[in-house]
Ligand binder design. Structure first.
Ligand code: PMP
Ligand code: GLN
Length: 385
């Protein structure tokens, strides 16, 4: 066979994602995995029954390319009830194979070679590779410590005629920070005279704490006209493995989005879509109860670490707890996370992998979407440091 020339990578700086790396390391060293973000709980039993029912009813072939009508309608109803925002289920909602697919499709749909895309650091790890594959350039604008708020001056300084897209994420992975309604108003004013579109990653829309409501980008009518609002049922239904997400955007953006989506996955799993649609309508108390469900876990985990040398940062949403380990070690966060896994049996995620420039404070991320006994066992090891 003729030798194949060595490939020139289209993603030369991408290794294996940190979530896979840390989960593998945790498995190899039998460490407690507080790294990768996934719930240790099962989806609600009734939802599992509905999936089972639809599989047995023979609903096992391709779903419509844009998603089942029942699920798109149920999402539109939820969005109107929660955010008073009207989204047309036929022309403005598309079901995707997780939020990851929706993020990828939205970026491919609108970013061209030579365009800039602004991300706010720390940012989720799938954004930059998707931008690179579209031929765009990622412009990293750091959020402002200690509360990880938008640095308006730096954002304005980086916004140019080349900026095609701004990606925001609220509640924010990994910091738990939020974008408020006032922030959305300010953002609308900043973008008013530009051609910049917005991708709003809202996968933790139902994991919000301390009575604050989730301010979806759709609640700001002006921003909604230029935004992709993306979410996922993975977090909401403790079902990250089902990979069902969705994208809401005005018709013109949705048309372009679907042109890409139809050739990326075509459609998303049928029985899951049908079951989630029923359950969304049948049991709103599930997602309405998530803030309290996770607040209890957040507070339980924080209580367990009170006597430790970690300094915990405030968490306003998501199921992640950031912690400074400055009092424990001088190692870089990547080295510290490896050391903690291998030597002390607790896997976490280093925060610098979400950033172009590592934050000054050395930070790691714990996932507290775990059973109390898992959190207690991990905390016992962490308190011993
Ligand atoms: N965005 C953020 C901020 C996330 O944390 C995640 C996954 N945890 C995703 C997107 C991807 O969601 P999905 O698993 O539905 O693809
Ligand atoms: N989003 C999850 C996290 O932040 C993991 C997703 C993945 O493993 N790709 O941990």
């Amino acid at each position: 066979m003729p030798a194949v020339k060595p490939l020139v990578s289209k993603l030369p700086s991408a290794g294996t994602t940190i979530f896979t790396v840390m989960t593998k390391l945790a498995e190899e060293h039998h460490a407690i995995n507080l790294g990768q973000g996934f719930p240790e709980f099962q989806p609600p039993l009734r939802l599992q029954e509905l999936v089972d029912q639809y599989i047995r009813m023979g609903r096992n072939q391709y779903a419509p390319m844009i998603g089942t009508q029942s699920l798109r309608r149920a999402i539109a109803a939820k969005t109107e009830a929660l955010h008073k925002a009207r989204v047309d289920p036929d022309s403005e909602i598309t079901i995707t194979s997780g939020a990851t697919e929706a993020i990828f499709c939205a970026i491919q749909a609108v970013v061209r070679r030579g365009d800039d895309v602004i991300v706010l650091d720390p940012c989720y790890d799938s954004y930059e590779p998707s931008i690179t594959l579209a031929g765009g350039r990622t412009v990293h604008v750091p959020l402002r410590a200690p509360d990880f708020a938008i640095d308006w001056q730096r954002l304005a300084d980086n916004l140019t005629a080349k900026t095609r897209l701004l990606i925001i994420n609220s509640r924010h992975n990994p910091t738990g920070a939020l974008v408020s309604s006032a922030d959305l108003t300010q953002l609308a004013a900043l973008l008013r005279s530009t051609e910049c579109l917005v991708l709003s990653d809202e996968v933790y829309e139902h994991v919000v704490f301390d009575g604050a409501l989730h301010a979806s980008v759709l609640t700001n009518a002006e921003l909604a006209e230029r935004s992709f609002a993306i979410s996922s049922f993975g977090k909401t239904y403790h079902a990250t493995g089902w990979k069902v997400g969705y994208c809401m955007a005005p018709k013109a953006l949705t048309d372009e989005f679907r042109r890409v989506h139809q050739y990326v996955t075509f459609a998303t799993t049928t029985p899951m879509q049908l079951a989630i649609a029923d359950y969304l309508i049948e049991a709103p108390e599930h997602y309405l109860g998530l803030p309290e469900f996770y607040r209890e876990k957040r507070d339980y985990f924080a209580g367990l670490l009170r006597e430790s040398r970690f300094e915990l940062l405030p968490v306003r949403g998501t199921y992640f707890q950031l912690a400074s380990y400055a009092a424990i070690s001088d190692l870089s966060d990547i080295e510290f996370a490896r050391w903690l896994t291998i030597e002390h049996g607790v896997a976490t995620i280093p925060v610098s992998v979400f950033c172009e420039n590592a934050p000054r404070e050395p930070l790691i991320r714990f996932c507290f979407a775990r059973e109390p006994q898992t959190l207690a066992a991990a905390a016992a090891k962490l308190r011993a440091l």
